[in-house]
Ligand binder design. Structure first.
Ligand code: ATP
Ligand code: MG
Length: 310
């Protein structure tokens, strides 16, 4: 019998799926677009498959595989939750560790922003409202995403809803671990241009809260509205010295771009979410973020076009 061939190359049939092409190539994790074939060869369902890249070996490979398993656990717990990527299958070795996820027909917001520069306040309100509803459920399941950023949010072309993806740095069981003696260690996971200081600046046990995700959501909302990254070029190395804009600076930017929105309410929301001490952040839940954003952007909503509550 032929040995299975585990190298992944375009056109090779793997796990019963035809691999079309790598859809993205990050350093260690590869994301492929794959397509299920019927016996008659006709294409059926399409998926994305995440696995370690072929060049990754040793302890780095172990870390990538650990992250894939973490993602599989989070997505399994979130199965059926609307607007979260839906896991179809996963495996942890011996030949390959992978996560198979339903394809969302659309684009991630990084690609959308690169094409559109920035989005209108009404579009941002719709997208952020959906994300807040999704995060309310995710947090209710005792999961923190910890990597909210435009490339991890997909805009679904079929119904213009958003889908949250990429749970490979997620923290599971945060609330329960806070109430136990079991320390939770975080070693600098997440994207420095977006994530909160408690994720990166603490080398041992770090207390993370829902507001840790809301920090990155605020950075993302700023970028969607303004069309520029809030912290371009911020890295783990320069993180501690990287300046955070004051409320007045944020307000000036919003005033110039959107005379119709409440720049005071918007700058208060964003500045509050960006405070380095998470005990000083006034917005503690995704629901509170959603209400505050609605209050700030409400003046730009055309009557009858408010984001739906579904
Ligand atoms: N379910 C999906 N449907 C459609 N496209 C997807 C899906 N999952 C991922 N993608 C695309 O692949 C890209 C990379 O996927 P993902 O973010 O899960 O992997 P990653 O390697 O961990 O990313 P990074 O390290 O760059 O954050 C996404 O930004 C998105 O464009
Ligand atoms: Mg990603």
């Amino acid at each position: 019998m032929d040995q299975p061939r585990w190298e992944i190359q375009p056109g090779r049939v793997m796990l019963g799926l035809e691999n079309l092409c790598p859809s993205s190539q990050s350093k260690a994790t590869l994301v492929y677009l794959v397509e299920e074939r019927r016996a008659d060869g006709a294409a059926q369902q399409r998926y994305v498959l995440k696995c370690a890249g072929p060049a990754v070996t040793g302890s780095e490979k172990e870390k990538v595989e650990e992250a894939l398993c973490r993602e599989a656990s989070a997505l399994t717990r979130l199965q059926g939750v609307p607007r979260v990527a839906q896991i179809v299958d996963s495996s942890a070795g011996p030949h390959i560790t992978y996560v198979l996820i339903k394809l969302v027909e659309g684009q991630d917001l990084r690609v959308v922003l690169d094409a559109e520069q920035r989005l209108g306040p009404d579009q941002v309100l719709t997208i952020a409202t959906e994300l807040c509803k999704t995060l309310t459920i995710v947090h209710g399941e005792d999961i923190l995403h910890l990597d909210i950023k435009p490339s991890n949010i997909l805009l679904n072309y079929t119904d213009y809803t958003t889908v949250l993806i990429d749970f490979n740095v997620a923290a599971l069981d945060m609330a329960s671990s806070r109430n136990s003696d079991r320390p939770v260690f975080f070693k600098g996971r997440g994207t420095a241009e977006y994530v909160a200081p408690e994720q990166l600046l603490t080398d041992k046990s770090a207390r993370l809260m829902y507001s840790t995700d809301l920090y990155a959501l605020a950075v993302t909302v700023y970028e969607l509205l303004v069309g520029r990254k809030l912290f371009p070029g911020r890295t783990r190395k320069n993180y501690a010295s990287y300046p955070v804009p004051r409320r007045e600076e944020l307000r000036e930017t919003f005033d110039q771009l959107f005379p119709e929105v409440s720049s005071q309410a918007l700058s208060t929301l964003i500045e509050g979410c960006l405070r380095s001490d998470l005990n000083q952040r006034p917005i503690e839940s995704a629901e509170a973020f959603q209400s505050a954003l609605l209050a700030a952007l409400a003046p730009c909503i055309v009557l009858g076009e408010a984001p739906s509550d579904v």
